[in-house]
Write a protein that binds this ligand. Structure first.
Ligand code: TGC
Ligand code: FAD
Length: 392
């Protein structure tokens, strides 16, 4: 069932987007409408990542979209954001997959990698022929990745890695893992390593039974004496700042993605409220309480659009701060989750079924609120920026 997506432009923002930006949005929207929407409920129900869509997403330039060269599309950050918005209108799990491939795998290779690493990995990651994952979080260190216990020790012609990574998106389908580890004989400095997933000693265990992001693969990674050549160290990486720079790219995309999920919830609730009749044989949209909920959603989505667009323009101008990205991620994900809850309410009992996308968005957004820095961690990042005092 569900209702056809109408787009959302209460503030008449469209003229603020360039023709290229509108084209990227249209192309991604068509891809989602034609290829993702028809299968997403089945994927979510059966805990299946729709891998068959990967080659098409590669052809459309979704992977590493805002990077230049190496077969990447060279999109602006606003265009990249609009891709994320449209993908997450389809499903947060598919947007997560693209975020990880782009912001957390291709970006660090592009930014910290050697020419050899860039040439050998980026073109294949851009087409989707190769897939990647990003291992920062550990079982005991989520919000505080600086405490990580995964180690790399220089040995022979390379490094030997040991440790456990947890909650790793795409872990079981990746060809390469970007692993963050403390180098034991280099003052425990955090560095990034490219670890091919068929190396002896690396094991990926898929997490099953998630009630969120069920169309996305999530894994635990175990590294036991995994040896990589010295050429697998990302030479430009150094310190916790390096993985945090990757997180900025992903968090920025998430701020747009959450808008897409919120728009889908709003659109569904609006259309439903105009057709569902209760009391006086009249649509429930005539009731003030229903209208107030719709107005809240429309107002918050419109404000969220302004926020992401402005942060995107700052990013394109090279003047964005990570605090701006924290505000956009925190606000828009919270807002989207509230929209999902209000929309579910408006749909009554129908809202809990897979006939409508609401409950799937709501469950997905619970993860989105937690990953890439929880809602509260972003409050503390912003608090630190405002006061100069770290309260972590
Ligand atoms: P702290 O001492 O504050 O910072 C260490 C160094 O990093 C610098 N820095 C940043 N640089 C770039 N971007 C940022 N956002 C940065 N934040 C801090 C900082 O200036 C410092 O530089 P330097 O030169 O002085 O060394 O570090 P801390 O250990 O106190 O931690 C800070 C905190 C809590 C903000 C950070 O650890 C954090 O963000 N925690 C949240 C962890 C997180 O977000 N994990 C995400 C894992 S990946 C994931 O979830 C993927 S989900 C799938 C998908 O994306 O779709
Ligand atoms: P914790 O850090 O244990 O936090 C638990 C609670 O305590 C939260 O409410 C938090 O806000 C609060 N809290 C923690 N510290 C403080 C404090 N100082 N003050 C106040 N409150 C605090 N990680 C990766 O590296 N790669 C991935 O690809 C990846 N994909 C993921 C996919 C999914 C589906 C999920 C759910 C997670 C993924 N993650 C990934 C991990 C994610 O980044 C972490 O879950 C997140 O950083 C939070 O860590 P945690 O779950 O250990 O929670």
């Amino acid at each position: 069932m569900g209702f056809k997506f109408q787009g959302f432009d209460f503030l008449r923002l469209d003229p603020q987007f360039t023709e290229d930006e509108r084209l990227v949005r249209r192309t991604t929207r068509d891809f989602v409408e034609d290829n993702l929407i028809p299968i997403i409920e089945e994927c979510f129900r059966t805990e299946r990542f729709p891998r068959e869509l990967v080659p098409m997403m590669g052809e459309l330039g979704f992977f590493g979209a805002n990077l230049e060269g190496y077969g990447c599309a060279g999109m602006s950050n606003v265009e990249y954001g609009l891709v994320m918005q449209e993908l997450e209108r389809g499903d947060s799990g598919v947007r997560s997959f693209v975020s990880v491939q782009s912001a957390l795998v291709m970006y660090p290779i592009y930014t910290f990698g050697s020419d050899e690493q860039k040439n050998s990995w980026l073109p294949a990651l851009a087409t989707g022929e190769k897939l990647g994952c990003f291992g920062l979080t550990e079982p005991g260190f989520g919000s505080n990745p600086g405490g990580m216990t995964t180690t790399a020790r220089r040995s022979g012609d390379g490094y030997t890695l040991n440790g456990e990574k947890m909650w790793i998106t795409s872990g079981n389908i990746a060809d390469v893992a970007v692993i963050w580890a403390k180098v034991e004989n280099e003052d425990n400095h955090v560095r990034g390593f490219l670890v091919e997933t068929d190396r002896p000693g690396l094991r990926a265990d898929e997490v099953h039974g998630k009630w969120s992001l069920r169309a996305s693969v999530t894994s635990g990674l175990s590294l036991q004496d995994v040896h990589v050549p010295a050429a697998n160290l990302l030479p430009g990486s150094g310190g916790l700042k390096s993985p945090l720079m990757c997180l900025n790219q992903a968090r920025y995309g998430i701020s747009w993605g959450a808008l897409g999920a919120a728009m889908d919830c709003y659109n569904t609730a609006l259309e439903y409220s105009k057709t569902r009749k209760q009391f006086h044989n009249a649509p429930i949209a005539m009731h003030q309480l229903i209208q107030e909920k719709l107005v809240w959603m429309a107002s918050e989505i419109a404000k969220g659009q302004l926020l992401s667009l402005h942060v995107g323009r700052l990013k394109d101008a090279g003047t964005v701060g990570h605090e701006h990205i924290s505000m956009a991620k925190r606000n828009n994900v919270w807002m989207a989750l509230e929209c999902a809850r209000l929309a579910r309410d408006i749909l009554g009992a129908n809202g809990i079924t897979e006939d409508y996308p609401i409950m799937r968005h709501m469950m997905n957004l619970e993860s989105v609120k937690t990953y890439e820095g929880t809602h509260d961690i972003h409050a503390l990042i912003l608090g630190q920026h405002l006061t100069g005092i770290a309260a972590f």
